[in-house]
Design a protein around this ligand. Structure first.
Ligand code: NAP
Ligand code: MG
Length: 466
Protein backbone atom coordinates (compact mmCIF):
# COMPACT_ATOMS: atom_id res chain seq x y z
CA UNK A 1 0.00 0.00 0.00
CA UNK A 2 2.50 2.63 1.11
CA UNK A 3 5.89 2.11 -0.46
CA UNK A 4 8.61 3.57 1.73
CA UNK A 5 12.08 3.58 0.21
CA UNK A 6 15.07 2.74 2.38
CA UNK A 7 16.74 5.97 1.41
CA UNK A 8 15.68 9.30 -0.08
CA UNK A 9 17.97 11.68 -1.91
CA UNK A 10 17.38 15.38 -2.57
CA UNK A 11 14.95 16.57 -5.23
CA UNK A 12 16.68 19.27 -7.26
CA UNK A 13 15.88 20.45 -10.79
CA UNK A 14 13.46 17.57 -11.34
CA UNK A 15 15.96 14.87 -10.37
CA UNK A 16 16.86 12.87 -7.28
CA UNK A 17 20.45 13.71 -6.42
CA UNK A 18 22.83 12.56 -3.69
CA UNK A 19 23.67 15.22 -1.08
CA UNK A 20 27.08 16.92 -1.27
CA UNK A 21 27.47 16.14 2.45
CA UNK A 22 27.16 12.40 1.67
CA UNK A 23 25.20 12.22 4.91
CA UNK A 24 21.82 10.65 5.57
CA UNK A 25 19.80 10.53 8.79
CA UNK A 26 16.89 8.37 9.93
CA UNK A 27 13.26 9.36 10.39
CA UNK A 28 11.26 7.39 12.96
CA UNK A 29 7.77 6.22 13.72
CA UNK A 30 7.28 7.92 17.10
CA UNK A 31 4.79 5.27 18.24
CA UNK A 32 7.33 2.42 17.91
CA UNK A 33 10.67 4.25 17.68
CA UNK A 34 11.42 2.16 14.59
CA UNK A 35 13.30 3.71 11.69
CA UNK A 36 11.08 4.25 8.65
CA UNK A 37 13.71 5.47 6.19
CA UNK A 38 16.87 7.48 5.82
CA UNK A 39 16.80 10.90 4.23
CA UNK A 40 19.58 13.05 2.85
CA UNK A 41 21.14 15.93 4.72
CA UNK A 42 21.45 18.88 2.37
CA UNK A 43 24.40 21.19 2.82
CA UNK A 44 25.00 24.75 1.55
CA UNK A 45 26.23 23.43 -1.85
CA UNK A 46 22.97 21.58 -2.37
CA UNK A 47 20.99 24.65 -1.36
CA UNK A 48 22.96 26.63 -3.93
CA UNK A 49 22.25 24.07 -6.62
CA UNK A 50 18.54 24.09 -5.79
CA UNK A 51 18.29 27.88 -5.75
CA UNK A 52 19.96 27.97 -9.19
CA UNK A 53 17.56 25.35 -10.50
CA UNK A 54 14.63 27.38 -9.16
CA UNK A 55 16.02 30.53 -10.77
CA UNK A 56 16.40 28.81 -14.16
CA UNK A 57 12.85 27.48 -13.99
CA UNK A 58 11.37 30.85 -13.05
CA UNK A 59 10.92 32.66 -16.40
CA UNK A 60 9.02 29.82 -18.09
CA UNK A 61 6.83 29.09 -15.08
CA UNK A 62 6.11 32.76 -14.36
CA UNK A 63 5.45 33.39 -18.04
CA UNK A 64 2.96 30.57 -18.41
CA UNK A 65 -0.65 31.61 -18.93
CA UNK A 66 -2.56 31.61 -15.65
CA UNK A 67 -5.01 29.05 -16.98
CA UNK A 68 -2.18 26.66 -17.81
CA UNK A 69 -0.67 26.95 -14.34
CA UNK A 70 -4.16 26.46 -12.91
CA UNK A 71 -4.41 23.11 -14.72
CA UNK A 72 -1.22 21.97 -13.03
CA UNK A 73 -2.45 23.01 -9.58
CA UNK A 74 -5.84 21.35 -10.14
CA UNK A 75 -4.02 18.19 -11.14
CA UNK A 76 -1.96 18.24 -7.93
CA UNK A 77 -5.18 18.54 -5.92
CA UNK A 78 -6.88 15.73 -7.83
CA UNK A 79 -3.95 13.33 -7.54
CA UNK A 80 -3.62 14.09 -3.82
CA UNK A 81 -7.28 13.18 -3.42
CA UNK A 82 -6.83 9.99 -5.39
CA UNK A 83 -3.81 8.98 -3.31
CA UNK A 84 -5.19 10.35 -0.03
CA UNK A 85 -5.15 7.02 1.75
CA UNK A 86 -1.51 6.43 1.02
CA UNK A 87 -0.57 9.94 2.14
CA UNK A 88 -2.64 9.62 5.32
CA UNK A 89 -0.94 6.38 6.33
CA UNK A 90 2.52 7.77 5.64
CA UNK A 91 1.78 10.98 7.56
CA UNK A 92 0.57 8.97 10.54
CA UNK A 93 3.60 6.68 10.46
CA UNK A 94 6.11 9.50 10.25
CA UNK A 95 4.40 11.95 12.60
CA UNK A 96 2.50 9.81 15.14
CA UNK A 97 -0.85 11.57 14.65
CA UNK A 98 -4.08 9.50 14.64
CA UNK A 99 -5.05 8.17 11.21
CA UNK A 100 -8.52 9.68 11.71
CA UNK A 101 -6.92 13.13 11.68
CA UNK A 102 -4.56 12.60 8.76
CA UNK A 103 -7.35 10.91 6.78
CA UNK A 104 -10.14 13.39 7.57
CA UNK A 105 -8.26 16.63 8.11
CA UNK A 106 -4.60 16.91 7.02
CA UNK A 107 -4.72 15.31 3.59
CA UNK A 108 -8.15 16.57 2.45
CA UNK A 109 -7.20 20.08 3.56
CA UNK A 110 -3.88 19.87 1.71
CA UNK A 111 -5.78 18.99 -1.47
CA UNK A 112 -8.30 21.75 -0.75
CA UNK A 113 -5.50 24.34 -0.63
CA UNK A 114 -4.32 23.35 -4.10
CA UNK A 115 -7.92 23.45 -5.40
CA UNK A 116 -8.49 26.85 -3.83
CA UNK A 117 -5.32 28.47 -5.20
CA UNK A 118 -5.74 26.78 -8.58
CA UNK A 119 -8.94 28.79 -8.79
CA UNK A 120 -7.08 32.06 -8.28
CA UNK A 121 -4.31 31.37 -10.79
CA UNK A 122 -6.02 32.70 -13.89
CA UNK A 123 -7.70 35.61 -12.07
CA UNK A 124 -4.70 37.33 -10.50
CA UNK A 125 -4.16 39.70 -13.39
CA UNK A 126 -7.70 41.04 -13.21
CA UNK A 127 -8.63 40.72 -9.56
CA UNK A 128 -5.37 42.03 -8.12
CA UNK A 129 -4.33 44.57 -10.75
CA UNK A 130 -3.67 48.07 -9.46
CA UNK A 131 -3.64 51.05 -11.83
CA UNK A 132 -0.35 51.06 -13.75
CA UNK A 133 0.82 47.76 -12.28
CA UNK A 134 0.53 44.13 -13.18
CA UNK A 135 0.83 41.49 -10.49
CA UNK A 136 4.01 39.44 -10.92
CA UNK A 137 5.70 36.68 -8.95
CA UNK A 138 8.25 37.59 -6.30
CA UNK A 139 10.79 35.07 -7.63
CA UNK A 140 12.56 32.22 -5.86
CA UNK A 141 10.94 31.38 -2.52
CA UNK A 142 12.62 29.51 0.33
CA UNK A 143 9.99 27.75 2.38
CA UNK A 144 10.70 26.14 5.75
CA UNK A 145 8.10 24.06 7.55
CA UNK A 146 7.62 22.36 10.94
CA UNK A 147 6.89 18.75 11.83
CA UNK A 148 3.38 18.99 13.22
CA UNK A 149 1.41 19.11 9.93
CA UNK A 150 4.04 18.11 7.37
CA UNK A 151 2.02 17.79 4.17
CA UNK A 152 -0.53 20.42 5.12
CA UNK A 153 2.13 23.04 5.88
CA UNK A 154 3.81 22.20 2.56
CA UNK A 155 0.47 22.73 0.79
CA UNK A 156 -0.15 26.03 2.60
CA UNK A 157 3.19 27.25 1.31
CA UNK A 158 3.43 25.69 -2.15
CA UNK A 159 -0.08 26.33 -3.43
CA UNK A 160 -0.12 30.16 -3.24
CA UNK A 161 3.55 30.42 -4.31
CA UNK A 162 2.97 28.31 -7.42
CA UNK A 163 -0.35 29.97 -8.22
CA UNK A 164 1.46 33.32 -8.44
CA UNK A 165 4.19 31.93 -10.71
CA UNK A 166 7.03 31.66 -8.16
CA UNK A 167 9.51 28.82 -7.93
CA UNK A 168 10.36 27.16 -4.64
CA UNK A 169 13.04 25.51 -2.53
CA UNK A 170 11.20 23.72 0.29
CA UNK A 171 12.76 22.34 3.45
CA UNK A 172 10.62 19.84 5.39
CA UNK A 173 11.22 19.30 9.12
CA UNK A 174 13.97 16.88 10.06
CA UNK A 175 11.65 14.48 11.87
CA UNK A 176 8.74 14.24 9.42
CA UNK A 177 9.94 14.57 5.83
CA UNK A 178 8.31 11.56 4.16
CA UNK A 179 5.02 12.98 2.85
CA UNK A 180 6.82 15.94 1.31
CA UNK A 181 9.11 13.48 -0.47
CA UNK A 182 6.14 11.43 -1.67
CA UNK A 183 4.58 14.66 -2.93
CA UNK A 184 7.32 14.74 -5.58
CA UNK A 185 5.53 11.91 -7.40
CA UNK A 186 2.35 13.97 -7.41
CA UNK A 187 4.09 17.10 -8.64
CA UNK A 188 5.72 15.21 -11.49
CA UNK A 189 2.51 13.48 -12.53
CA UNK A 190 0.66 16.81 -12.42
CA UNK A 191 3.19 18.32 -14.81
CA UNK A 192 5.15 20.68 -12.55
CA UNK A 193 8.23 21.48 -14.68
CA UNK A 194 11.70 20.53 -13.37
CA UNK A 195 13.17 23.13 -11.01
CA UNK A 196 9.84 24.76 -10.13
CA UNK A 197 9.71 22.88 -6.82
CA UNK A 198 12.90 21.59 -5.19
CA UNK A 199 12.71 19.65 -1.93
CA UNK A 200 15.75 19.50 0.31
CA UNK A 201 15.75 17.57 3.55
CA UNK A 202 18.08 18.36 6.42
CA UNK A 203 17.97 19.93 9.85
CA UNK A 204 18.24 23.43 11.26
CA UNK A 205 21.53 24.22 9.43
CA UNK A 206 19.90 23.38 6.11
CA UNK A 207 17.15 25.89 6.88
CA UNK A 208 19.72 28.47 7.95
CA UNK A 209 21.68 27.99 4.70
CA UNK A 210 18.48 28.53 2.70
CA UNK A 211 17.72 31.73 4.63
CA UNK A 212 21.26 32.99 4.04
CA UNK A 213 21.39 32.28 0.29
CA UNK A 214 21.66 35.43 -1.80
CA UNK A 215 19.58 34.05 -4.63
CA UNK A 216 16.42 33.70 -2.56
CA UNK A 217 13.86 36.50 -2.94
CA UNK A 218 11.49 35.50 -0.19
CA UNK A 219 11.47 33.34 2.91
CA UNK A 220 8.27 31.83 4.28
CA UNK A 221 8.77 30.18 7.64
CA UNK A 222 6.47 28.25 9.95
CA UNK A 223 7.95 27.09 13.22
CA UNK A 224 8.97 28.25 16.64
CA UNK A 225 9.12 31.88 17.71
CA UNK A 226 12.75 31.43 18.71
CA UNK A 227 13.87 30.34 15.23
CA UNK A 228 11.52 32.89 13.63
CA UNK A 229 13.28 35.70 15.48
CA UNK A 230 16.71 34.40 14.42
CA UNK A 231 15.56 34.32 10.78
CA UNK A 232 14.20 37.85 10.98
CA UNK A 233 17.51 39.09 12.38
CA UNK A 234 19.43 37.29 9.64
CA UNK A 235 17.27 38.72 6.86
CA UNK A 236 17.20 42.31 8.14
CA UNK A 237 18.64 44.66 5.55
CA UNK A 238 18.92 42.12 2.74
CA UNK A 239 15.74 43.18 0.93
CA UNK A 240 14.37 39.64 1.08
CA UNK A 241 10.71 39.35 1.81
CA UNK A 242 9.64 37.45 4.90
CA UNK A 243 6.51 35.93 6.39
CA UNK A 244 6.57 34.23 9.78
CA UNK A 245 3.99 31.85 11.22
CA UNK A 246 5.15 31.19 14.75
CA UNK A 247 3.97 29.85 18.09
CA UNK A 248 0.79 30.46 20.01
CA UNK A 249 -0.95 30.23 23.35
CA UNK A 250 -4.61 30.36 22.35
CA UNK A 251 -7.19 31.56 24.87
CA UNK A 252 -10.46 29.61 24.88
CA UNK A 253 -13.24 31.52 26.69
CA UNK A 254 -16.31 29.72 28.05
CA UNK A 255 -19.21 31.73 29.47
CA UNK A 256 -21.89 30.34 31.78
CA UNK A 257 -24.58 30.72 29.12
CA UNK A 258 -22.72 28.41 26.67
CA UNK A 259 -24.00 24.99 25.61
CA UNK A 260 -21.60 23.14 27.88
CA UNK A 261 -21.75 19.70 26.27
CA UNK A 262 -20.81 21.26 22.94
CA UNK A 263 -18.20 23.43 24.59
CA UNK A 264 -16.58 20.31 26.04
CA UNK A 265 -16.26 18.85 22.52
CA UNK A 266 -14.79 22.16 21.30
CA UNK A 267 -12.31 22.26 24.18
CA UNK A 268 -11.22 18.69 23.41
CA UNK A 269 -10.75 19.54 19.73
CA UNK A 270 -9.04 22.75 20.72
CA UNK A 271 -6.28 21.20 22.80
CA UNK A 272 -6.10 17.47 22.10
CA UNK A 273 -6.18 17.60 18.29
CA UNK A 274 -2.76 16.33 17.11
CA UNK A 275 -1.84 15.70 20.79
CA UNK A 276 -1.93 19.47 21.32
CA UNK A 277 1.05 19.94 18.97
CA UNK A 278 -0.80 22.69 17.16
CA UNK A 279 0.30 26.31 16.94
CA UNK A 280 -3.27 27.57 17.24
CA UNK A 281 -4.29 25.11 20.01
CA UNK A 282 -6.75 26.42 22.58
CA UNK A 283 -4.27 25.76 25.35
CA UNK A 284 -5.50 28.33 27.89
CA UNK A 285 -9.05 27.63 29.01
CA UNK A 286 -10.69 30.68 30.60
CA UNK A 287 -13.92 29.76 32.36
CA UNK A 288 -16.58 31.92 33.97
CA UNK A 289 -16.16 31.30 37.69
CA UNK A 290 -19.75 30.14 38.28
CA UNK A 291 -19.31 27.07 36.03
CA UNK A 292 -15.73 26.12 36.81
CA UNK A 293 -16.53 23.00 38.84
CA UNK A 294 -19.27 21.78 36.50
CA UNK A 295 -17.09 22.20 33.43
CA UNK A 296 -14.10 20.58 35.08
CA UNK A 297 -16.17 17.51 35.96
CA UNK A 298 -17.64 17.30 32.45
CA UNK A 299 -14.15 17.57 30.96
CA UNK A 300 -12.65 14.88 33.19
CA UNK A 301 -15.50 12.54 32.29
CA UNK A 302 -15.02 13.19 28.59
CA UNK A 303 -11.24 12.88 28.70
CA UNK A 304 -11.51 9.52 30.43
CA UNK A 305 -13.28 8.20 27.31
CA UNK A 306 -10.60 9.30 24.83
CA UNK A 307 -8.60 6.47 23.33
CA UNK A 308 -4.86 6.85 23.31
CA UNK A 309 -2.72 4.43 21.37
CA UNK A 310 -1.74 3.00 18.01
CA UNK A 311 -1.94 5.93 15.58
CA UNK A 312 -2.99 3.65 12.70
CA UNK A 313 -6.05 2.36 14.60
CA UNK A 314 -9.02 4.26 13.25
CA UNK A 315 -10.60 4.48 16.73
CA UNK A 316 -7.60 6.22 18.24
CA UNK A 317 -8.22 9.77 19.49
CA UNK A 318 -4.69 10.62 20.65
CA UNK A 319 -1.61 9.19 18.99
CA UNK A 320 2.06 9.44 19.93
CA UNK A 321 3.94 12.58 20.91
CA UNK A 322 6.07 13.40 17.90
CA UNK A 323 9.58 12.91 19.26
CA UNK A 324 11.70 12.25 22.28
CA UNK A 325 12.63 15.96 22.45
CA UNK A 326 8.99 16.96 22.39
CA UNK A 327 8.19 14.40 25.09
CA UNK A 328 10.95 15.82 27.30
CA UNK A 329 9.64 19.32 26.73
CA UNK A 330 6.06 18.37 27.66
CA UNK A 331 7.26 16.54 30.79
CA UNK A 332 9.28 19.54 31.90
CA UNK A 333 6.11 21.66 31.76
CA UNK A 334 4.16 19.05 33.73
CA UNK A 335 6.81 19.33 36.42
CA UNK A 336 7.07 23.10 36.32
CA UNK A 337 3.27 23.46 36.63
CA UNK A 338 3.21 21.34 39.76
CA UNK A 339 6.30 23.06 41.19
CA UNK A 340 4.57 26.41 40.79
CA UNK A 341 1.50 25.18 42.65
CA UNK A 342 -1.01 24.25 39.93
CA UNK A 343 -3.03 21.04 40.36
CA UNK A 344 -2.51 18.37 37.68
CA UNK A 345 -5.15 15.84 36.62
CA UNK A 346 -4.34 13.20 33.99
CA UNK A 347 -6.61 10.68 32.32
CA UNK A 348 -5.65 7.12 33.24
CA UNK A 349 -3.34 5.58 30.67
CA UNK A 350 -0.83 2.76 30.64
CA UNK A 351 1.83 3.72 28.16
CA UNK A 352 3.32 1.07 25.86
CA UNK A 353 6.99 0.35 26.49
CA UNK A 354 8.08 1.82 23.17
CA UNK A 355 7.19 5.18 21.71
CA UNK A 356 6.43 8.59 23.20
CA UNK A 357 3.11 9.01 24.99
CA UNK A 358 1.25 11.49 27.12
CA UNK A 359 -2.35 11.22 28.31
CA UNK A 360 -4.66 14.27 28.29
CA UNK A 361 -3.63 16.61 31.12
CA UNK A 362 -5.58 19.35 32.91
CA UNK A 363 -4.03 21.96 35.19
CA UNK A 364 -6.39 23.79 37.56
CA UNK A 365 -5.51 26.45 40.15
CA UNK A 366 -3.42 28.16 37.49
CA UNK A 367 -2.33 31.80 37.82
CA UNK A 368 -1.30 34.02 34.88
CA UNK A 369 2.31 34.29 36.01
CA UNK A 370 2.98 30.54 35.89
CA UNK A 371 5.19 29.26 33.07
CA UNK A 372 2.49 26.80 31.98
CA UNK A 373 0.10 29.74 31.48
CA UNK A 374 2.59 31.84 29.53
CA UNK A 375 4.72 29.53 27.39
CA UNK A 376 3.71 27.35 24.48
CA UNK A 377 3.80 23.73 25.72
CA UNK A 378 2.88 22.13 22.38
CA UNK A 379 1.40 19.04 23.99
CA UNK A 380 -1.88 17.64 25.37
CA UNK A 381 -1.89 19.97 28.35
CA UNK A 382 -4.73 22.39 29.14
CA UNK A 383 -4.47 25.12 31.77
CA UNK A 384 -7.66 26.37 33.41
CA UNK A 385 -8.17 29.86 34.81
CA UNK A 386 -11.37 31.62 35.82
CA UNK A 387 -12.88 35.07 35.24
CA UNK A 388 -15.89 36.92 36.60
CA UNK A 389 -16.61 39.55 33.93
CA UNK A 390 -16.14 39.75 30.15
CA UNK A 391 -13.59 42.54 30.72
CA UNK A 392 -11.56 40.29 32.95
CA UNK A 393 -11.79 37.50 30.36
CA UNK A 394 -10.45 39.79 27.63
CA UNK A 395 -7.65 41.06 29.85
CA UNK A 396 -6.59 37.52 30.69
CA UNK A 397 -6.85 36.37 27.08
CA UNK A 398 -4.78 39.26 25.72
CA UNK A 399 -2.18 38.99 28.47
CA UNK A 400 0.18 36.95 26.28
CA UNK A 401 3.20 37.50 24.08
CA UNK A 402 1.40 35.45 21.46
CA UNK A 403 -1.65 36.32 19.37
CA UNK A 404 -2.48 33.50 16.99
CA UNK A 405 -5.87 32.06 17.94
CA UNK A 406 -8.73 32.40 20.40
CA UNK A 407 -12.19 30.97 20.90
CA UNK A 408 -15.44 32.09 22.54
CA UNK A 409 -18.34 29.96 23.76
CA UNK A 410 -21.57 31.77 24.58
CA UNK A 411 -25.20 31.56 23.60
CA UNK A 412 -25.35 35.28 22.82
CA UNK A 413 -24.42 36.42 19.34
CA UNK A 414 -23.95 40.03 20.46
CA UNK A 415 -21.42 38.90 23.04
CA UNK A 416 -19.51 36.96 20.40
CA UNK A 417 -19.17 40.03 18.20
CA UNK A 418 -18.28 42.34 21.07
CA UNK A 419 -15.63 39.97 22.45
CA UNK A 420 -14.03 38.78 19.24
CA UNK A 421 -13.32 42.38 18.23
CA UNK A 422 -11.32 42.83 21.41
CA UNK A 423 -9.37 39.58 21.23
CA UNK A 424 -5.88 40.23 19.89
CA UNK A 425 -5.64 37.02 17.87
CA UNK A 426 -5.36 36.31 14.14
CA UNK A 427 -8.17 33.75 14.24
CA UNK A 428 -11.17 33.83 16.57
CA UNK A 429 -13.50 30.86 16.56
CA UNK A 430 -17.02 31.20 17.95
CA UNK A 431 -18.76 28.15 19.40
CA UNK A 432 -16.26 25.91 17.64
CA UNK A 433 -12.47 25.53 17.55
CA UNK A 434 -9.70 24.41 15.20
CA UNK A 435 -11.78 24.60 12.03
CA UNK A 436 -9.82 25.39 8.88
CA UNK A 437 -10.76 26.49 5.40
CA UNK A 438 -8.41 27.45 2.55
CA UNK A 439 -10.48 30.56 1.85
CA UNK A 440 -9.90 31.93 5.31
CA UNK A 441 -6.66 33.78 6.14
CA UNK A 442 -4.53 32.46 9.00
CA UNK A 443 -1.71 34.17 10.87
CA UNK A 444 -0.72 35.96 14.02
CA UNK A 445 -0.13 39.13 15.96
CA UNK A 446 2.77 39.90 18.30
CA UNK A 447 5.21 37.00 18.70
CA UNK A 448 2.97 34.70 16.68
CA UNK A 449 4.42 36.25 13.54
CA UNK A 450 3.25 38.34 10.58
CA UNK A 451 1.80 37.79 7.15
CA UNK A 452 -1.21 35.63 6.37
CA UNK A 453 -1.59 32.23 4.76
CA UNK A 454 -4.83 31.12 3.17
CA UNK A 455 -7.47 33.11 1.33
CA UNK A 456 -6.86 36.15 -0.83
CA UNK A 457 -4.48 37.50 1.84
CA UNK A 458 -2.30 34.41 1.41
CA UNK A 459 -1.54 35.43 -2.20
CA UNK A 460 -0.19 38.87 -1.38
CA UNK A 461 3.20 37.81 0.08
CA UNK A 462 3.87 35.94 -3.20
CA UNK A 463 3.06 38.82 -5.52
CA UNK A 464 5.17 41.77 -6.60
CA UNK A 465 3.98 44.73 -8.67
CA UNK A 466 5.61 45.28 -12.00
P1 NAP B 1 11.30 24.85 14.70
O1 NAP B 1 12.26 24.13 15.55
O2 NAP B 1 11.31 26.33 14.71
O3 NAP B 1 11.55 24.33 13.22
C1 NAP B 1 10.78 24.74 12.11
C2 NAP B 1 11.60 24.54 10.85
O4 NAP B 1 12.71 25.44 10.83
C3 NAP B 1 12.22 23.15 10.74
O5 NAP B 1 12.20 22.77 9.38
C4 NAP B 1 13.60 23.39 11.26
O6 NAP B 1 14.52 22.43 10.89
C5 NAP B 1 13.92 24.74 10.67
N1 NAP B 1 15.00 25.45 11.37
C6 NAP B 1 15.52 25.22 12.60
N2 NAP B 1 16.49 26.11 12.88
C7 NAP B 1 16.58 26.95 11.82
C8 NAP B 1 17.38 28.09 11.51
N3 NAP B 1 18.29 28.58 12.36
N4 NAP B 1 17.21 28.70 10.31
C9 NAP B 1 16.28 28.26 9.45
N5 NAP B 1 15.48 27.18 9.68
C10 NAP B 1 15.63 26.53 10.85
O7 NAP B 1 9.81 24.42 15.02
P2 NAP B 1 9.22 22.94 15.14
O8 NAP B 1 9.63 22.38 16.46
O9 NAP B 1 9.50 22.16 13.90
O10 NAP B 1 7.66 23.24 15.11
C11 NAP B 1 6.96 23.62 16.24
C12 NAP B 1 6.70 25.12 16.26
O11 NAP B 1 6.06 25.52 15.06
C13 NAP B 1 5.77 25.54 17.36
O12 NAP B 1 6.27 26.66 18.02
C14 NAP B 1 4.49 25.90 16.64
O13 NAP B 1 3.69 26.83 17.30
C15 NAP B 1 4.98 26.40 15.34
N6 NAP B 1 3.95 26.29 14.31
C16 NAP B 1 3.35 27.45 13.86
C17 NAP B 1 2.35 27.38 12.91
C18 NAP B 1 1.66 28.64 12.43
O14 NAP B 1 1.02 28.59 11.39
N7 NAP B 1 1.76 29.75 13.15
C19 NAP B 1 1.98 26.14 12.38
C20 NAP B 1 2.61 24.99 12.84
C21 NAP B 1 3.61 25.10 13.81
P3 NAP B 1 14.68 21.08 11.72
O15 NAP B 1 13.56 20.97 12.69
O16 NAP B 1 14.63 20.04 10.69
O17 NAP B 1 16.01 21.22 12.41
MG1 MG C 1 9.29 10.68 11.87
Amino acid sequence: MVQIKDRYRLYIGGEWVAPSTRQYFPTYDPSTEETLAEVAKAGPRDIDKAVRAARRALPAWAGMKGAARARVLFAIARILQERAREFAILETLDNGKPIRESRDIDIPLAAAHFFYYAGWTDKLEYALREPGHKPAPVGVCGQIIPWNFPLLMAAWKLAPALACGNTVVLKPAETSPLTCLLLVEVLEEAGVPPGVVNILTGAGETGAALVAHEGVDKIAFTGSTEVGKAIQAKIAGTGKRLTLELGGKGAHLVFEDAALDQAVEGIVRGIFFNQGQVCCAGSRLLVEESIENTLLELLKRRLSTLRIGAPLDKNTDLGAIHSKEQMTRVRSYLESGQDEGAVLWQAFFEAPKKGFWCPPCLFSKVTPSMKIAREEIFGPVLTIQTFRTPQEAIALANNSNYGLSAGVWTDKGSKIFALSKQLRAGVVWANTFNQFDPASPFGGYKESGFGREGGLHGLLPYLARR
